[in-house]
Design a protein around this ligand. Structure first.
Ligand code: URA
Length: 303
């Protein structure tokens, strides 16, 4: 495909993503009351991370950049139409490879000013990992360290996530890691250098940001998504069910902005930051992940 056609295809996709925005904002407003009600139920499992002092040791390759360029047919682009509230599918014949598509999503995130988080972030954190990952981990949003490095899970919670991934028998380079929101939510956005300034993302921030994650999931097309903590579980599984009742269950992932090309399973478990605060929950999280591994037909890494 010529460069010109590629640009037209990318421009069309950006336009369609924008067209969907009003619909999502409206839905978010309608769901706000429900979400406020639910947050009372899940407060015990709040995942908003605390100050993350340590930085990542060693270099983790950003596999999206380095991965082989596998050609795939461009996925259909879908929008929610205002008049019918039904999804319409527009199919483009443009062949776009996965790495290119993920880089395009990252570029949209870098230029995004759909909510105030874009104004106060230091670096956007699109996510990173293997473009052909079988498993994708989804956290809540970047913290202090991630904001500085532009990479997900590189603080203390990230070090624990690395250990969890290794115990599951994967390397960080084999999986894909992303967040529900792509910019650092701060309690006091006027003071980005302050530690312990993290907060959970608000529902309107999630509503305008989720399209990026959904497109990433569709593009990577993993077999499994692990929702880390209450915010990811609420966003990707259910706004109404309490975290405690969905944690550890293998469910079918249903997205609201895009339609997946194949079935993807999802399981929620505790957020690594919650495990750091409550080490007693680690054995429950490990139990959940062993169920997931068994479903994948895999064994945990031998010690
Ligand atoms: N917590 C998250 O949810 N995401 C990160 O990237 C880091 C900490």
């Amino acid at each position: 495909m010529t460069q010109e056609l590629k640009e037209i295809a990318q421009g069309l996709k950006a336009f369609l993503l924008n067209a969907e925005e009003d619909e999502i904002i409206l839905k978010a407003a309608l769901n706000k009351e429900k979400a406020a009600f639910n947050s009372n139920e899940s407060r015990g499992e709040e995942t908003s991370h605390k100050s993350e002092e340590a930085s990542l040791s060693g270099e983790t390759a950003y596999a999206v950049r380095n991965a082989p360029q596998e050609k795939t047919r461009n996925a259909p682009v879908e929008i929610m139409t205002k008049s019918t509230d039904k999804k319409e599918t527009l199919t483009s014949d443009a062949p776009i490879d996965k790495a290119e598509e993920l880089a395009h999503i990252a570029e949209l995130i870098t230029n995004c000013q759909r909510c105030d988080l874009g104004k106060t972030r230091i670096k956007p954190v699109p996510g990173e990992g293997n473009i052909n990952a079988k498993i994708m981990f989804v956290g809540e949003g970047p913290g202090y360290e991630e904001d500085r490095q532009g990479r997900p899970f590189v603080g203390r919670a990230g070090q624990l996530l690395d250990k969890i991934i290794a115990a599951m028998g994967f390397s960080r380079e084999e999986v894909f890691i992303a967040n529900i929101v792509k910019c650092h939510p701060m309690i006091d956005p006027t003071n980005p250098d302050k530690r312990s300034n993290d907060r959970a993302p608000k529902s309107d921030e999630i509503a305008v940001c989720r399209r990026y994650l959904e497109q990433q999931i569709k593009t990577v097309s993993p077999d499994y998504v692990v929702a880390l903590g209450g915010v990811a579980a609420k966003t990707l599984i259910s706004e109404v069910q309490p975290f405690g009742s969905i944690r550890g269950k293998i469910l079918d992932l249903k997205l609201s902005c895009v339609t997946l090309d194949k079935p993807v399973k999802i399981m929620a478990t505790f957020h690594p930051a919650a495990l750091l605060r409550n080490p007693g929950w680690k054995k429950d999280a490990w139990q959940n992940l062993k169920v997931l591994l068994a479903d994948m037909g895999r064994q945990p890494a031998s010690k």
